[in-house]
Design a protein around this ligand. Structure first.
Ligand code: AVJ
Length: 322
């Protein structure tokens, strides 16, 4: 197999342990209550997210694929030859494949993903399509400093690929911190190829997070099912609801889990009280104008070298350099 975790110990191939119970107790003890959005992505959550991407209202994935379909060759030209491609999140193999197909003499592909199963699957899919390309999976939290595996030969540049508008899950300050960390990892000659969802008619944005089939609601509430299973809490799923509204001032979707009634939930030894209609903040999905994104990049010491969009200008892929 071409899966070669060069220079990695067993330890580094396992996800970092985080004390889930502690994270959840802290978040539910805060006012307002909040839980981090990475908690969505257990096995079932990742599968539900893939189903979200197929919903007619969820334009992001379709538009990003349309964009890659039209511009992948141009993007590959801008990145140049001898690229080591490091992807943040194992991602949708489809977009990655479109990019890898056009890259000139790529040195290695390094998917960075916190969940071992999705990581294994994405490597499996890509290994079959690119038998010559060294794959160096890294099971790690991409928001923490990474120790990238030693490449099989010296790359001309390291490009960090961060598609899907996942950057939108971080508020502005956190996003700038993450981009600055990425700037360190890519080095002087490196770059960041990043997907950013664009501002548009709020009705279209809201619909994308409130699909008629209810898949997004299921995805949101799955976080509680995951906690019940993994930390033994006793959330009653039918006593909570999904809510996603666009906040035009902040330029973002704000997703909450709302308590349908007054109730108490046991989380470890702690009893967490909920008022009727009390909300847990679980996700931001920030939307950017091209100017917004350039400002964010500048805060991280980066400049936007190129911007590509789909024909309807719904979504953007941007190339950031030092
Ligand atoms: C994968 C983070 C880009 O915010 O649009 C989709 C996650 N949440 N529907 C997004 C998500 C609800 C998605 N990202």
């Amino acid at each position: 197999s071409s899966v070669q975790p060069f220079g990695l110990s067993d330890d580094e191939r396992r996800p970092p342990s985080s004390d889930l119970l502690e994270v959840v107790q802290r978040g539910l003890g805060a006012r307002p209550k909040r839980l981090p959005s990475w908690l969505f992505y257990d096995e079932r959550g990742s599968a539900l997210f893939e189903r979200i991407c197929e919903q007619p209202e969820y334009y992001l994935t379709r538009c990003e694929i349309a964009l890659m379909d039209e511009h992948a060759a141009d993007i590959a030209g801008v990145l140049g030859s001898g690229v080591r491609l490091v992807e943040y999140g194992s991602g949708n193999a489809h977009k990655t494949r479109m990019l890898l197909q056009h890259l000139h003499e790529p040195v290695a592909y390094v998917p960075v993903e916190i969940s071992p199963e999705p990581l294994r699957r994405s490597v499996e899919r890509l290994a079959a399509a690119f038998p010559q390309l060294p794959l160096q999976p890294l099971c790690a939290d991409f928001s923490k400093p990474l120790r990238l595996p030693i490449p099989p030969r010296a790359p001309r540049r390291t490009v960090l690929y961060f598609p899907g508008s996942t950057i939108g899950n971080f508020d502005n300050r956190e996003a700038a911190v993450l981009l600055r960390k990425m700037r360190n990892e890519m080095g002087d000659a490196g770059g960041i190829l990043i997907g950013a969802d664009l501002k548009k008619d709020p009705a279209l944005i809201e619909a994308a997070y409130n699909d008629r089939a209810g898949v997004t609601a299921e995805f949101t509430l799955n976080m509680l099912a995951r906690l019940n299973r993994e930390i033994g809490s006793n959330f009653e799923l039918s006593a909570f609801a999904h809510r996603a509204h666009y906040n035009p001032m902040a330029g973002r979707i704000e997703t909450h889990i709302v308590s349908r009634r007054e109730q108490q939930v046991k989380v470890g030894r702690v009893n967490v009280p909920f008022r009727a209609d009390e909300a847990i903040q679980v996700e931001y999905s920030c939307k950017y104008s091209p100017e917004d994104f350039a400002t964010l990049a500048a805060r991280a010491g980066l400049a936007v070298q190129r911007v590509w969009t789909d024909p309807q200008r719904m979504f953007s892929v941007q190339y950031l350099v030092r």
